[in-house]
Design a binder for this molecule. Sequence first.
Ligand code: BG6
Length: 511
Amino acid sequence: MADVSAALSGPESLAAADPAPPCTLVIFGASGDLTKRLLIPSIYNMRQARLLQDGFQVIGVDRVERDDDAYRGALTEAMKSFAGDKGGEFSPGTLDGDAWGWVRDRLFYQVGDLGDAGTYEALNRRINGSCVFYLAVGARFFGPVLTRLADGGLMKEEGGFRRVVVEKPFGHDLASAKALNQLILDKMDESQVYRIDHFLGKETVQNLMALRFSNGIFEPLWNRNYIDHVQITAAETVGVEKRGAFYEPTGALRDMVPNHMFQLLAMTAMEPPNSFDADAVRTEKAKVLQAVKPFTAETVARDVVRGQYGPGRLGGKEMPGYREEPDVAADSTTETYIALRLMVDNFRWAGVPFYVRTGKRMTVRRTEIVVHFKQAPYALFRDTPVDKLTPNIMVIHVQPSEGITLNISAKVPGPTLHLGRVAMDFRYADYFNTPSNTGYETLLYDVMIGDATLFQRADNVNAGWQVVQPVLDAVEAGHTQVQSYAAGSAGPAAADALLERDGRHWLGLGT
Ligand code: BG6
Protein backbone atom coordinates (compact mmCIF):
# COMPACT_ATOMS: atom_id res chain seq x y z
CA MET A 1 0.00 0.00 0.00
CA ALA A 2 1.89 3.00 -1.24
CA ASP A 3 1.63 6.25 0.62
CA VAL A 4 0.50 8.63 -2.06
CA SER A 5 -1.88 10.43 0.23
CA ALA A 6 0.96 12.71 1.32
CA ALA A 7 1.75 13.64 -2.26
CA LEU A 8 -1.90 14.17 -3.00
CA SER A 9 -2.53 16.37 0.00
CA GLY A 10 -0.67 19.35 -1.36
CA PRO A 11 2.65 21.09 -1.62
CA GLU A 12 3.04 21.49 2.12
CA SER A 13 3.31 17.73 2.57
CA LEU A 14 6.58 16.63 4.04
CA ALA A 15 6.82 13.26 2.36
CA ALA A 16 5.89 13.07 -1.30
CA ALA A 17 5.78 9.73 -3.06
CA ASP A 18 8.15 9.10 -5.96
CA PRO A 19 6.67 9.31 -9.46
CA ALA A 20 5.49 6.03 -10.91
CA PRO A 21 7.77 4.43 -13.50
CA PRO A 22 6.92 5.42 -17.10
CA CYS A 23 4.29 3.19 -18.64
CA THR A 24 1.37 3.04 -21.04
CA LEU A 25 -2.09 2.77 -19.56
CA VAL A 26 -4.37 0.98 -22.01
CA ILE A 27 -8.03 1.46 -21.10
CA PHE A 28 -10.51 -0.99 -22.62
CA GLY A 29 -13.83 0.83 -22.44
CA ALA A 30 -12.35 4.22 -23.36
CA SER A 31 -15.75 5.83 -23.93
CA GLY A 32 -17.37 4.44 -20.79
CA ASP A 33 -18.55 6.14 -17.67
CA LEU A 34 -15.83 4.78 -15.41
CA THR A 35 -13.12 6.13 -17.71
CA LYS A 36 -14.69 9.56 -17.93
CA ARG A 37 -15.81 10.01 -14.31
CA LEU A 38 -13.02 8.31 -12.42
CA LEU A 39 -10.00 7.10 -14.37
CA ILE A 40 -9.13 10.21 -16.35
CA PRO A 41 -9.78 12.54 -13.37
CA SER A 42 -7.49 10.30 -11.31
CA ILE A 43 -4.76 10.56 -13.93
CA TYR A 44 -5.14 14.33 -13.81
CA ASN A 45 -4.91 14.32 -9.99
CA MET A 46 -1.85 12.11 -10.18
CA ARG A 47 -0.16 14.50 -12.59
CA GLN A 48 -0.94 17.42 -10.32
CA ALA A 49 0.66 15.51 -7.47
CA ARG A 50 3.74 14.83 -9.67
CA LEU A 51 3.14 11.10 -9.53
CA LEU A 52 3.35 10.74 -13.32
CA GLN A 53 6.34 11.60 -15.43
CA ASP A 54 7.31 11.82 -19.09
CA GLY A 55 7.05 8.45 -20.75
CA PHE A 56 3.51 8.03 -19.48
CA GLN A 57 0.65 7.77 -21.98
CA VAL A 58 -2.93 6.55 -22.18
CA ILE A 59 -4.34 4.55 -25.08
CA GLY A 60 -8.11 4.33 -24.95
CA VAL A 61 -9.62 1.40 -26.84
CA ASP A 62 -13.24 1.36 -27.93
CA ARG A 63 -15.51 0.50 -30.87
CA VAL A 64 -16.68 4.07 -31.44
CA GLU A 65 -15.01 5.43 -34.59
CA ARG A 66 -12.93 8.52 -33.75
CA ASP A 67 -9.36 9.85 -33.75
CA ASP A 68 -7.00 11.11 -31.04
CA ASP A 69 -8.20 14.69 -31.39
CA ALA A 70 -11.85 13.81 -31.02
CA TYR A 71 -11.05 11.66 -27.98
CA ARG A 72 -9.04 14.46 -26.38
CA GLY A 73 -11.81 16.94 -27.09
CA ALA A 74 -14.52 14.74 -25.53
CA LEU A 75 -12.51 14.19 -22.37
CA THR A 76 -11.62 17.88 -22.12
CA GLU A 77 -15.33 18.71 -22.22
CA ALA A 78 -16.02 16.14 -19.51
CA MET A 79 -13.22 17.48 -17.30
CA LYS A 80 -14.45 21.03 -17.68
CA SER A 81 -17.96 19.98 -16.74
CA PHE A 82 -16.69 18.44 -13.48
CA ALA A 83 -14.96 21.65 -12.37
CA GLY A 84 -17.07 23.30 -9.72
CA ASP A 85 -19.61 20.45 -9.68
CA LYS A 86 -19.71 19.74 -5.96
CA GLY A 87 -21.84 16.61 -6.20
CA GLY A 88 -19.46 14.32 -8.10
CA GLU A 89 -16.59 12.08 -6.98
CA PHE A 90 -14.26 14.48 -8.75
CA SER A 91 -14.98 18.15 -8.36
CA PRO A 92 -11.94 20.41 -8.61
CA GLY A 93 -12.69 24.10 -8.05
CA THR A 94 -11.10 24.90 -11.40
CA LEU A 95 -9.25 22.82 -13.92
CA ASP A 96 -5.49 23.40 -13.80
CA GLY A 97 -4.60 24.11 -17.45
CA ASP A 98 -0.99 22.92 -17.13
CA ALA A 99 -1.81 19.62 -15.51
CA TRP A 100 -4.72 18.92 -17.87
CA GLY A 101 -2.69 20.02 -20.89
CA TRP A 102 0.01 17.52 -19.91
CA VAL A 103 -2.50 14.70 -19.62
CA ARG A 104 -4.39 15.76 -22.74
CA ASP A 105 -1.26 15.58 -24.92
CA ARG A 106 -0.70 12.02 -23.76
CA LEU A 107 -4.16 10.68 -24.63
CA PHE A 108 -4.38 8.43 -27.68
CA TYR A 109 -7.20 6.47 -29.17
CA GLN A 110 -7.41 3.05 -30.76
CA VAL A 111 -10.60 2.02 -32.56
CA GLY A 112 -11.30 -1.66 -32.22
CA ASP A 113 -13.69 -4.43 -31.39
CA LEU A 114 -12.74 -6.26 -28.21
CA GLY A 115 -13.43 -9.62 -29.78
CA ASP A 116 -11.26 -8.99 -32.82
CA ALA A 117 -7.64 -10.23 -32.81
CA GLY A 118 -6.75 -7.30 -35.10
CA THR A 119 -7.42 -4.85 -32.24
CA TYR A 120 -4.71 -6.49 -30.16
CA GLU A 121 -2.28 -6.69 -33.05
CA ALA A 122 -2.71 -2.98 -33.65
CA LEU A 123 -2.23 -2.32 -29.97
CA ASN A 124 0.86 -4.48 -29.84
CA ARG A 125 2.43 -2.38 -32.61
CA ARG A 126 1.78 0.80 -30.63
CA ILE A 127 3.20 -0.18 -27.27
CA ASN A 128 6.54 -1.25 -26.01
CA GLY A 129 7.93 -1.32 -22.52
CA SER A 130 5.79 -1.32 -19.40
CA CYS A 131 2.06 -1.40 -19.76
CA VAL A 132 -1.05 -1.55 -17.57
CA PHE A 133 -4.21 -2.89 -19.25
CA TYR A 134 -7.32 -1.63 -17.50
CA LEU A 135 -10.52 -3.60 -18.14
CA ALA A 136 -13.13 -0.85 -17.71
CA VAL A 137 -15.67 -2.96 -19.58
CA GLY A 138 -18.66 -5.17 -18.79
CA ALA A 139 -17.86 -8.44 -17.02
CA ARG A 140 -18.75 -10.52 -20.09
CA PHE A 141 -15.67 -9.11 -21.83
CA PHE A 142 -13.18 -10.01 -19.06
CA GLY A 143 -12.49 -13.57 -20.26
CA PRO A 144 -12.24 -12.70 -23.99
CA VAL A 145 -9.99 -9.65 -23.44
CA LEU A 146 -7.67 -11.46 -21.04
CA THR A 147 -7.43 -14.38 -23.44
CA ARG A 148 -6.64 -12.17 -26.43
CA LEU A 149 -4.06 -10.20 -24.46
CA ALA A 150 -2.25 -13.35 -23.42
CA ASP A 151 -2.58 -15.18 -26.73
CA GLY A 152 -1.47 -12.08 -28.63
CA GLY A 153 1.75 -11.99 -26.58
CA LEU A 154 0.91 -8.65 -24.92
CA MET A 155 1.39 -10.01 -21.39
CA LYS A 156 5.02 -11.03 -22.01
CA GLU A 157 7.23 -9.06 -19.65
CA GLU A 158 10.18 -8.58 -21.96
CA GLY A 159 10.92 -4.87 -22.04
CA GLY A 160 9.08 -3.95 -18.81
CA PHE A 161 6.11 -4.99 -16.72
CA ARG A 162 2.75 -6.07 -18.13
CA ARG A 163 -0.19 -5.90 -15.70
CA VAL A 164 -3.97 -6.11 -15.97
CA VAL A 165 -6.56 -4.44 -13.77
CA VAL A 166 -9.83 -6.35 -13.59
CA GLU A 167 -12.89 -4.45 -12.41
CA LYS A 168 -15.85 -5.88 -10.57
CA PRO A 169 -18.13 -7.78 -10.78
CA PHE A 170 -15.55 -10.54 -10.57
CA GLY A 171 -17.87 -13.45 -11.36
CA HIS A 172 -21.57 -13.86 -10.77
CA ASP A 173 -21.28 -16.62 -8.18
CA LEU A 174 -18.66 -18.94 -6.73
CA ALA A 175 -18.40 -21.17 -9.80
CA SER A 176 -18.03 -18.30 -12.31
CA ALA A 177 -15.49 -16.49 -10.08
CA LYS A 178 -13.44 -19.68 -9.81
CA ALA A 179 -13.66 -20.19 -13.58
CA LEU A 180 -12.48 -16.62 -14.24
CA ASN A 181 -9.63 -17.02 -11.77
CA GLN A 182 -8.66 -20.28 -13.44
CA LEU A 183 -8.68 -18.68 -16.88
CA ILE A 184 -6.48 -15.84 -15.59
CA LEU A 185 -4.02 -18.17 -13.93
CA ASP A 186 -3.81 -20.35 -17.06
CA LYS A 187 -2.96 -17.31 -19.16
CA MET A 188 -0.74 -15.18 -16.94
CA ASP A 189 0.99 -15.00 -13.61
CA GLU A 190 -1.01 -14.05 -10.49
CA SER A 191 1.53 -11.25 -9.89
CA GLN A 192 0.37 -9.60 -13.15
CA VAL A 193 -3.28 -9.40 -12.05
CA TYR A 194 -4.82 -6.57 -10.02
CA ARG A 195 -8.45 -7.32 -9.07
CA ILE A 196 -9.70 -3.94 -8.06
CA ASP A 197 -12.21 -3.07 -5.34
CA HIS A 198 -12.55 0.68 -5.25
CA PHE A 199 -13.53 0.66 -1.55
CA LEU A 200 -9.88 -0.04 -0.82
CA GLY A 201 -8.98 3.29 -2.42
CA LYS A 202 -10.96 5.09 0.27
CA GLU A 203 -8.70 6.76 2.78
CA THR A 204 -10.57 5.62 5.90
CA VAL A 205 -10.60 2.03 4.75
CA GLN A 206 -6.82 2.16 4.45
CA ASN A 207 -6.70 3.95 7.78
CA LEU A 208 -8.34 0.97 9.46
CA MET A 209 -5.02 -0.85 9.45
CA ALA A 210 -3.21 2.19 10.81
CA LEU A 211 -5.87 2.70 13.47
CA ARG A 212 -5.81 -0.88 14.62
CA PHE A 213 -2.14 -1.64 14.44
CA SER A 214 -0.36 1.62 15.22
CA ASN A 215 -2.32 2.53 18.34
CA GLY A 216 -1.46 0.53 21.44
CA ILE A 217 -4.83 1.22 23.06
CA PHE A 218 -7.09 -0.45 20.51
CA GLU A 219 -5.57 -3.80 19.67
CA PRO A 220 -5.80 -5.25 23.21
CA LEU A 221 -9.55 -4.53 23.19
CA TRP A 222 -10.19 -5.75 19.64
CA ASN A 223 -11.63 -9.17 20.38
CA ARG A 224 -14.53 -11.15 21.84
CA ASN A 225 -13.58 -10.23 25.42
CA TYR A 226 -14.34 -6.54 24.94
CA ILE A 227 -16.41 -6.24 21.79
CA ASP A 228 -20.10 -7.13 21.93
CA HIS A 229 -20.82 -6.90 18.21
CA VAL A 230 -19.93 -4.99 15.04
CA GLN A 231 -22.24 -3.29 12.54
CA ILE A 232 -21.11 -2.50 9.01
CA THR A 233 -23.37 -0.23 6.97
CA ALA A 234 -23.21 1.10 3.42
CA ALA A 235 -26.38 3.11 2.93
CA GLU A 236 -26.91 4.90 -0.37
CA THR A 237 -29.50 7.48 -1.35
CA VAL A 238 -29.13 6.79 -5.05
CA GLY A 239 -31.52 4.33 -6.62
CA VAL A 240 -30.69 1.99 -9.44
CA GLU A 241 -30.48 4.98 -11.81
CA LYS A 242 -29.97 3.87 -15.41
CA ARG A 243 -28.40 0.56 -14.44
CA GLY A 244 -31.58 -1.53 -14.34
CA ALA A 245 -30.37 -3.95 -17.01
CA PHE A 246 -27.20 -4.65 -15.00
CA TYR A 247 -28.87 -4.56 -11.60
CA GLU A 248 -31.83 -6.88 -12.26
CA PRO A 249 -29.74 -10.09 -12.48
CA THR A 250 -27.24 -8.74 -9.93
CA GLY A 251 -28.99 -7.26 -6.88
CA ALA A 252 -27.51 -5.76 -3.73
CA LEU A 253 -25.99 -9.03 -2.53
CA ARG A 254 -23.77 -9.61 -5.54
CA ASP A 255 -23.16 -5.92 -6.20
CA MET A 256 -21.91 -4.99 -2.73
CA VAL A 257 -21.39 -7.89 -0.33
CA PRO A 258 -18.68 -10.33 -1.48
CA ASN A 259 -16.57 -7.36 -2.54
CA HIS A 260 -17.03 -3.98 -0.82
CA MET A 261 -18.75 -5.07 2.40
CA PHE A 262 -16.40 -8.00 2.90
CA GLN A 263 -13.39 -5.73 2.41
CA LEU A 264 -14.64 -3.65 5.32
CA LEU A 265 -15.31 -6.79 7.34
CA ALA A 266 -11.88 -8.23 6.59
CA MET A 267 -10.05 -4.99 7.46
CA THR A 268 -11.97 -4.82 10.74
CA ALA A 269 -11.59 -8.43 11.78
CA MET A 270 -8.27 -9.62 10.36
CA GLU A 271 -5.31 -10.66 12.49
CA PRO A 272 -2.26 -8.41 12.41
CA PRO A 273 -0.26 -9.45 9.32
CA ASN A 274 3.43 -10.23 9.73
CA SER A 275 4.25 -7.19 7.60
CA PHE A 276 2.60 -4.79 5.14
CA ASP A 277 3.79 -7.03 2.36
CA ALA A 278 0.91 -7.59 -0.11
CA ASP A 279 0.73 -11.31 0.41
CA ALA A 280 0.95 -11.09 4.19
CA VAL A 281 -2.03 -8.69 4.27
CA ARG A 282 -4.05 -10.63 1.72
CA THR A 283 -3.46 -13.91 3.54
CA GLU A 284 -4.92 -12.48 6.75
CA LYS A 285 -7.91 -11.03 4.90
CA ALA A 286 -8.64 -14.35 3.21
CA LYS A 287 -8.47 -16.11 6.58
CA VAL A 288 -11.22 -13.90 8.02
CA LEU A 289 -13.63 -14.74 5.22
CA GLN A 290 -12.69 -18.40 5.37
CA ALA A 291 -13.60 -18.32 9.08
CA VAL A 292 -17.13 -17.00 8.49
CA LYS A 293 -19.55 -19.67 9.63
CA PRO A 294 -21.13 -21.13 6.48
CA PHE A 295 -24.81 -20.38 5.97
CA THR A 296 -27.26 -23.26 5.78
CA ALA A 297 -30.76 -23.07 4.30
CA GLU A 298 -31.98 -22.65 7.88
CA THR A 299 -29.60 -19.84 8.84
CA VAL A 300 -30.26 -18.00 5.57
CA ALA A 301 -33.96 -17.92 6.50
CA ARG A 302 -33.09 -16.65 9.97
CA ASP A 303 -30.07 -14.40 9.44
CA VAL A 304 -30.55 -12.76 6.04
CA VAL A 305 -33.05 -10.04 5.16
CA ARG A 306 -33.58 -8.97 1.55
CA GLY A 307 -35.42 -5.76 0.79
CA GLN A 308 -36.56 -3.81 -2.24
CA TYR A 309 -37.43 -0.13 -2.24
CA GLY A 310 -40.96 0.90 -3.01
CA PRO A 311 -42.11 4.45 -3.71
CA GLY A 312 -41.35 7.01 -1.03
CA ARG A 313 -40.03 10.48 -0.25
CA LEU A 314 -36.38 11.40 -0.15
CA GLY A 315 -34.89 14.88 0.15
CA GLY A 316 -38.36 16.39 -0.15
CA LYS A 317 -39.04 14.61 -3.46
CA GLU A 318 -41.34 11.75 -4.43
CA MET A 319 -39.29 8.77 -5.53
CA PRO A 320 -40.51 5.88 -7.67
CA GLY A 321 -40.24 2.34 -6.43
CA TYR A 322 -37.61 -0.01 -7.84
CA ARG A 323 -40.19 -1.83 -9.97
CA GLU A 324 -41.01 1.43 -11.74
CA GLU A 325 -37.38 2.13 -12.69
CA PRO A 326 -36.24 1.77 -16.33
CA ASP A 327 -35.28 -1.77 -17.42
CA VAL A 328 -36.73 -3.30 -14.26
CA ALA A 329 -39.46 -5.96 -14.37
CA ALA A 330 -42.81 -4.91 -12.91
CA ASP A 331 -42.77 -8.02 -10.71
CA SER A 332 -39.02 -7.99 -10.00
CA THR A 333 -37.85 -9.76 -6.85
CA THR A 334 -34.28 -8.43 -7.07
CA GLU A 335 -33.12 -7.07 -3.73
CA THR A 336 -31.91 -3.47 -3.46
CA TYR A 337 -31.16 -3.94 0.23
CA ILE A 338 -29.62 -6.77 2.18
CA ALA A 339 -28.78 -7.34 5.81
CA LEU A 340 -26.84 -10.33 7.08
CA ARG A 341 -25.84 -11.61 10.49
CA LEU A 342 -22.44 -13.26 10.21
CA MET A 343 -20.32 -15.10 12.73
CA VAL A 344 -16.55 -15.05 12.26
CA ASP A 345 -15.87 -18.39 13.82
CA ASN A 346 -12.29 -18.04 14.96
CA PHE A 347 -10.47 -17.62 18.25
CA ARG A 348 -10.64 -13.81 18.28
CA TRP A 349 -14.27 -13.40 17.31
CA ALA A 350 -16.14 -16.47 18.58
CA GLY A 351 -19.60 -15.37 19.72
CA VAL A 352 -19.37 -11.80 18.31
CA PRO A 353 -21.98 -11.17 15.60
CA PHE A 354 -21.10 -8.99 12.62
CA TYR A 355 -24.24 -7.36 11.21
CA VAL A 356 -23.76 -6.16 7.66
CA ARG A 357 -26.30 -4.07 5.73
CA THR A 358 -26.33 -2.20 2.47
CA GLY A 359 -29.12 -0.68 0.45
CA LYS A 360 -30.13 1.84 -2.17
CA ARG A 361 -32.61 4.73 -1.79
CA MET A 362 -32.11 4.86 1.94
CA THR A 363 -32.63 7.88 4.11
CA VAL A 364 -29.01 8.98 4.03
CA ARG A 365 -25.72 8.24 2.27
CA ARG A 366 -23.44 6.81 4.87
CA THR A 367 -20.79 4.10 5.02
CA GLU A 368 -19.54 3.24 8.48
CA ILE A 369 -18.21 0.53 10.73
CA VAL A 370 -19.63 0.60 14.23
CA VAL A 371 -17.84 -1.29 16.97
CA HIS A 372 -20.02 -1.82 20.04
CA PHE A 373 -17.96 -2.55 23.12
CA LYS A 374 -19.23 -4.57 26.06
CA GLN A 375 -20.80 -2.65 28.86
CA ALA A 376 -18.98 -1.94 32.13
CA PRO A 377 -20.48 -3.69 35.19
CA TYR A 378 -23.44 -1.78 36.61
CA ALA A 379 -22.90 -2.84 40.25
CA LEU A 380 -21.28 0.41 41.36
CA PHE A 381 -24.22 2.50 40.18
CA ARG A 382 -27.09 0.59 41.78
CA ASP A 383 -27.58 3.17 44.58
CA THR A 384 -27.41 6.16 42.23
CA PRO A 385 -30.01 7.77 39.94
CA VAL A 386 -28.27 6.12 36.99
CA ASP A 387 -30.59 3.31 35.96
CA LYS A 388 -28.47 1.83 33.18
CA LEU A 389 -25.08 2.19 31.58
CA THR A 390 -24.63 2.74 27.88
CA PRO A 391 -21.86 0.81 26.18
CA ASN A 392 -19.03 2.56 24.38
CA ILE A 393 -19.36 2.73 20.64
CA MET A 394 -16.64 3.48 18.13
CA VAL A 395 -17.84 4.66 14.72
CA ILE A 396 -15.38 4.55 11.85
CA HIS A 397 -16.88 6.89 9.26
CA VAL A 398 -15.89 5.83 5.76
CA GLN A 399 -18.02 8.30 3.82
CA PRO A 400 -19.18 10.91 3.10
CA SER A 401 -17.15 12.58 5.87
CA GLU A 402 -14.17 10.55 6.95
CA GLY A 403 -13.15 10.15 10.55
CA ILE A 404 -13.62 8.30 13.80
CA THR A 405 -15.95 8.97 16.72
CA LEU A 406 -15.71 7.31 20.12
CA ASN A 407 -18.85 7.65 22.24
CA ILE A 408 -18.27 7.54 25.96
CA SER A 409 -20.29 8.30 29.08
CA ALA A 410 -19.44 11.29 31.26
CA LYS A 411 -20.91 12.79 34.40
CA VAL A 412 -23.40 15.54 33.77
CA PRO A 413 -22.24 18.50 35.92
CA GLY A 414 -24.32 18.96 39.06
CA PRO A 415 -24.74 17.65 42.60
CA THR A 416 -26.34 14.31 41.67
CA LEU A 417 -24.82 11.54 39.55
CA HIS A 418 -26.25 11.52 36.08
CA LEU A 419 -24.48 10.29 32.99
CA GLY A 420 -24.50 11.87 29.55
CA ARG A 421 -23.17 10.65 26.19
CA VAL A 422 -20.20 12.57 24.86
CA ALA A 423 -18.17 12.04 21.72
CA MET A 424 -14.44 12.10 21.07
CA ASP A 425 -14.35 13.05 17.46
CA PHE A 426 -11.62 12.95 14.84
CA ARG A 427 -12.40 14.32 11.36
CA TYR A 428 -9.87 13.91 8.60
CA ALA A 429 -10.71 17.32 7.25
CA ASP A 430 -9.74 18.99 10.58
CA TYR A 431 -6.22 17.59 10.54
CA PHE A 432 -5.25 16.96 6.96
CA ASN A 433 -5.57 18.87 3.76
CA THR A 434 -7.83 16.34 2.07
CA PRO A 435 -7.89 17.00 -1.66
CA SER A 436 -10.63 16.16 -4.13
CA ASN A 437 -9.71 12.53 -4.78
CA THR A 438 -11.65 9.87 -6.60
CA GLY A 439 -10.00 7.08 -4.59
CA TYR A 440 -8.62 5.54 -7.80
CA GLU A 441 -5.38 7.56 -7.61
CA THR A 442 -3.84 5.37 -4.92
CA LEU A 443 -4.98 2.23 -6.69
CA LEU A 444 -3.65 3.25 -10.11
CA TYR A 445 -0.38 4.35 -8.59
CA ASP A 446 -0.08 1.05 -6.73
CA VAL A 447 -0.57 -0.90 -9.96
CA MET A 448 2.15 1.16 -11.62
CA ILE A 449 4.64 0.58 -8.81
CA GLY A 450 3.64 -3.08 -8.47
CA ASP A 451 2.14 -2.97 -4.97
CA ALA A 452 -0.78 -5.40 -4.81
CA THR A 453 -1.65 -4.92 -1.12
CA LEU A 454 -4.94 -3.18 -1.88
CA PHE A 455 -5.99 -5.66 -4.55
CA GLN A 456 -7.72 -8.98 -4.24
CA ARG A 457 -5.90 -12.24 -4.74
CA ALA A 458 -7.80 -15.18 -6.27
CA ASP A 459 -8.35 -16.75 -2.84
CA ASN A 460 -9.78 -13.48 -1.44
CA VAL A 461 -12.34 -13.35 -4.23
CA ASN A 462 -13.23 -17.02 -3.92
CA ALA A 463 -13.58 -16.75 -0.13
CA GLY A 464 -16.09 -13.89 -0.50
CA TRP A 465 -18.24 -15.84 -2.95
CA GLN A 466 -17.97 -18.95 -0.80
CA VAL A 467 -19.73 -17.11 2.03
CA VAL A 468 -22.58 -15.75 -0.06
CA GLN A 469 -23.16 -18.79 -2.30
CA PRO A 470 -25.65 -20.51 0.08
CA VAL A 471 -27.62 -17.24 0.16
CA LEU A 472 -27.65 -17.11 -3.64
CA ASP A 473 -28.80 -20.74 -3.67
CA ALA A 474 -31.64 -19.99 -1.26
CA VAL A 475 -32.74 -17.04 -3.38
CA GLU A 476 -32.57 -19.15 -6.52
CA ALA A 477 -34.66 -21.86 -4.88
CA GLY A 478 -37.27 -19.27 -3.92
CA HIS A 479 -36.68 -19.78 -0.20
CA THR A 480 -36.33 -16.10 0.68
CA GLN A 481 -38.87 -13.34 0.19
CA VAL A 482 -37.97 -9.79 -0.66
CA GLN A 483 -39.42 -7.30 1.86
CA SER A 484 -40.55 -3.90 0.74
CA TYR A 485 -39.22 -0.67 2.29
CA ALA A 486 -40.14 2.86 1.45
CA ALA A 487 -37.62 4.89 -0.54
CA GLY A 488 -36.10 7.34 1.94
CA SER A 489 -36.39 4.96 4.91
CA ALA A 490 -33.76 3.02 6.87
CA GLY A 491 -34.64 -0.31 5.23
CA PRO A 492 -37.21 -3.04 5.89
CA ALA A 493 -38.61 -3.66 9.37
CA ALA A 494 -37.36 -7.24 9.23
CA ALA A 495 -33.77 -5.92 9.31
CA ASP A 496 -34.51 -4.19 12.63
CA ALA A 497 -36.00 -7.43 13.91
CA LEU A 498 -32.75 -9.23 12.98
CA LEU A 499 -30.94 -7.28 15.70
CA GLU A 500 -33.84 -6.91 18.12
CA ARG A 501 -33.97 -10.69 18.35
CA ASP A 502 -30.45 -10.48 19.83
CA GLY A 503 -31.42 -7.56 22.11
CA ARG A 504 -29.56 -5.07 19.90
CA HIS A 505 -30.36 -2.16 17.56
CA TRP A 506 -28.82 -0.69 14.45
CA LEU A 507 -27.13 2.60 15.09
CA GLY A 508 -29.70 5.07 13.75
CA LEU A 509 -29.02 6.52 10.32
CA GLY A 510 -30.57 9.85 11.32
CA THR A 511 -30.27 12.67 8.80
C1 BG6 B 1 -20.31 0.00 -7.00
C2 BG6 B 1 -21.69 -0.58 -7.12
O1 BG6 B 1 -19.35 -1.01 -7.05
O2 BG6 B 1 -20.21 0.71 -5.76
C3 BG6 B 1 -22.74 0.51 -7.03
O3 BG6 B 1 -21.82 -1.26 -8.36
C4 BG6 B 1 -22.55 1.31 -5.77
O4 BG6 B 1 -24.05 -0.04 -7.08
C5 BG6 B 1 -21.12 1.78 -5.64
O5 BG6 B 1 -23.42 2.43 -5.84
C6 BG6 B 1 -20.87 2.42 -4.28
O6 BG6 B 1 -19.60 3.02 -4.29
P1 BG6 B 1 -19.33 4.40 -3.55
O7 BG6 B 1 -17.88 4.63 -3.70
O8 BG6 B 1 -20.20 5.41 -4.21
O9 BG6 B 1 -19.75 4.16 -2.13
